[in-house]
Design a protein around this ligand. Structure first.
Ligand SMILES: *Cc1c(COP(=O)(O)O)cnc(C)c1O
Length: 218
């Protein structure tokens, strides 16, 4: 399928999820996740009107960000090692994966103010990144003290349960937590489950394979 068609499909799904929950598609930011996707395809997506892109590795993102210039906005969605945090803050418009003080200390060494989400391990899964739900309130207070970050809200990668409907209670808990800490943006939902995430209050959805096809890792 051509990129034009997959973008149309995704926009149709966004519209349907918004209709089902009384929301407006204007409230939803589609982040096109371009890890492993080449610059030509990103250029094509920009031609189709896509503006916001997501990458999870700094090294992979650098040539893409440089090639696209001011025609695109970039959100960092990967695990953020603190030794890369300063450079990521300089290069990206937003970071979705803030989860510790070391990252904040590094971001504070540069001048730009970057939009950030705090990542939450909503399923309380061992091995998974993110702050536990019970610790989010305390951590957001720390984030709010860092002048180089603009706290926007929470982000989660839900448990890998395949079926969006099974994830609904997790997404619902995320929305409640986000309200408790004063978040206005809420990053949740990927190719397989963003419909349910939108119904439960997502403002930013991160969609890769449903747009660009299955990722080919070398
Ligand atoms: C890769 C990735 C996505 C996109 O996943 P798809 O299932 O391909 O839509 C979303 N969020 C994060 C954090 C990712 O790493």
């Amino acid at each position: 399928m051509e990129l034009k068609d997959t973008f149309n499909q995704i926009h149709d799904r966004i519209d349907a999820a918004c209709r089902a929950s009384g929301r407006s598609p204007n409230e939803i930011t589609l982040i096109a996740v371009t890890k492993t996707v080449n610059i030509e395809s990103i250029e094509e997506a920009v031609e189709l009107g896509q503006v916001v892109f997501g990458e999870s590795k700094l090294q992979e993102a650098i040539p893409k960000v440089e090639a696209l210039g001011t025609r695109a906005e970039w959100h960092f969605i990967g695990k953020l090692q603190s030794n890369k945090a300063r450079k990521v803050a300089e290069l990206f418009n937003a970071i979705h994966t803030i989860e510790n003080d070391r990252q904040l200390n590094e971001i504070a060494k540069q001048e730009k103010v970057v939009d950030v989400f705090v990542e939450v391990n909503i399923g309380e899964e061992p091995q998974k990144s993110g702050i536990l739900p019970s610790q989010v309130g305390e951590f957001v207070k720390v984030v709010l003290k860092c002048p180089q970050v603009n706290f926007r809200g929470l982000m989660t990668i839900g448990p890998n349960l395949q079926n969006g409907e099974v994830l609904r209670p997790y997404f619902r808990r995320m929305r409640k937590l986000n309200e408790e800490v004063g978040g206005n943006w809420l990053s949740m939902g990927m190719s397989g489950d963003f419909d349910v995430a939108i119904q439960e209050g997502a403002t930013h959805i991160r969609v890769g394979s449903a747009l660009f096809g299955a990722r080919q890792y070398n």
